[in-house]
Design a protein around this ligand. Structure first.
Ligand code: AMP
Ligand code: GLY
Length: 428
């Protein structure tokens, strides 16, 4: 079978790498892909958002399954388009993907289903949002309604910061249409956890848990990024929390979607904040996380393609999902300046020496092949994952590989999964 993976990040390299191991897969295409996906398959020069061209390619090449990586093609209706033409595709349809593409819709769904989340109000006029903020305690959180490349959430510590965020989103069009409407919500202190569930209408199966590291610098300082590293499993999760999550989030959400006539078929990734008052859903993502996927998939023993088809065909309850019990740690290497402006085209060295190390994967994100070598081509450049007997060993493995790879201006956090090591040590 031929597979098309849509996207060009570390997540897509991890998906393509894992799908390449599936029984019956003989060719993998990635659109548009990166220098890493080229090692497991063939890159196709089609943008992830050009959904008409993706469909034409899939039909022409008789693709057996198209797997959508990023959020924007889902929001644009790529799944509806493929399904209308009878082409197999993994991901939720446009109406289900609104859980991610409209924070107002997600909030409204959570309110209707009594799903625990931050208290929030939504606004269409900046004057009303500004007035509302004056009555609240800081910090508070301002969120663009629509997709904003992971940059649409501002944690405002002061009234001035809130005013600036609201004005830039609503009046100055910083995120275009995506920021014309906003959500203002209470700030929740706590620790975050990323949950991944394969969802097929009313049924779901959880994948392994993970934790992201959102801030750019050590000690959770600096600006929010798409994710600077991950660890799986999450060290702040437990069976009791899972039962609570099933009962208070997954069950009510899937009922609510069904009542609204929406069928979710794909990967649902709720981001949670674990607070002293209980768990709260921060957001719903309708796709695999990045970099969570790079930490989760190397632990998956089962055939990913089987799982994706079981989701599409409503057979989730019948399928075993097996995991490597060893933890994984993923360290993201970025270009200097990310998530702000950064330079591209820096030569990356050391990749070949790391290509065949045991229990290590070098996933590419913003990379491309140039003059026979590999150069940087994005903010997040590489994601290095290592498995280890303990979190400490997995960390050591990942950082050892990071130390062998070089490019000008390379930045990475040195404390990925450090908190999880401490928890592990405390438990022993
Ligand atoms: P979101 O895209 O909604 O997940 O927000 C991105 C990041 O902003 C989250 O992963 C959190 O780190 C942070 N965040 C979002 N909402 C809140 C909140 N209500 N309280 C505290 N932090 C938040
Ligand atoms: N790592 C967070 C996300 O993929 O949205």
């Amino acid at each position: 079978m031929k597979i098309l993976v849509v996207g060009s990040g570390g997540r897509e390299h991890a998906l393509a790498w894992k799908l390449r191991q599936s029984i019956g897969v003989n060719r993998i295409f990635c659109a548009p892909g990166n220098a890493g996906t080229e090692q497991v398959g063939e890159n196709v020069a089609i943008k992830a958002t050009d959904i008409a061209a993706l469909l034409a390619f899939a039909k022409q090449n008789r693709i057996g399954l198209t797997v959508i990586g990023p959020d924007d093609p889902l929001a644009a209706g790529v799944v509806d388009l493929f399904e209308a033409e009878g082409m197999p595709v993994f991901g939720p349809c446009k109406s289900a993907a609104r859980l991610e593409s409209s924070k107002i819709f997600a909030k409204e769904m959570m309110r209707r289903c009594h799903i625990p989340t931050a208290l929030a109000s939504s606004f269409e006029r900046s004057s009303e949002a500004l007035k509302f903020c004056q009555r609240l305690q800081f910090p508070l959180v301002i969120k663009a309604d629509g997709l904003a490349l992971g940059k649409g959430v501002v944690i405002a510590e002061t009234s001035e910061q809130a005013t600036a965020a609201i004005r830039s989103m609503m009046d100055e069009g910083k995120f275009g249409e995506a920021g014309r409407r906003i959500v203002v919500e209470e700030f929740l202190p706590g620790s975050e956890c990323s949950l991944h569930a394969l969802v097929s209408g009313g049924a779901f199966r959880m994948l392994a848990t993970a934790r992201d590291h959102k801030r750019a610098n050590d000690g959770d300082t600096g600006p929010n990024t798409g994710g600077m590293g991950a660890t799986s499993p999450a060290d702040n999760w437990s069976d009791a929390l899972q039962r609570d999550f099933d009962d208070t989030v997954m069950g009510p959400l899937l009922c609510g979607l069904s009542r609204a006539g929406i069928t979710f078929r794909g990967l649902l990734f709720p981001g949670l904040m674990l607070t002293t008052d209980g768990n709260r859903v921060l957001e719903f993502n309708c796709r695999f996380g990045d970099p969570e996927t790079q930490a989760i998939l190397p632990r998956l023993r089962s055939d990913l393609l089987e799982l994706l088809f079981a989701t599409l065909e409503g057979r989730l309850d019948m399928i075993p999902i097996e995991w490597d019990r060893r933890p994984a740690v993923t360290v993201v290497m970025t270009s200097a300046g990310y998530p702000g402006t950064y330079e591209r085209g820096k030569i990356i060295t050391g990749l070949d020496a790391c290509a065949s190390l045991l229990d290590v994967q070098v996933f590419h994100a913003g990379t491309k092949r140039e003059n026979g070598g590999v150069v940087t081509a994005g903010g997040r450049v590489l994601a290095i994952t290592a498995l280890g007997e303990t979190v400490a060993q997995a960390r050591e493995g990942a950082y050892e590989v990071v130390s062998r790879i070089h490019f000008e201006g390379c930045h990475y956090r040195r404390d990925i999964a450090l908190a999880a090591v401490r928890v592990n040590v405390a438990v022993q």
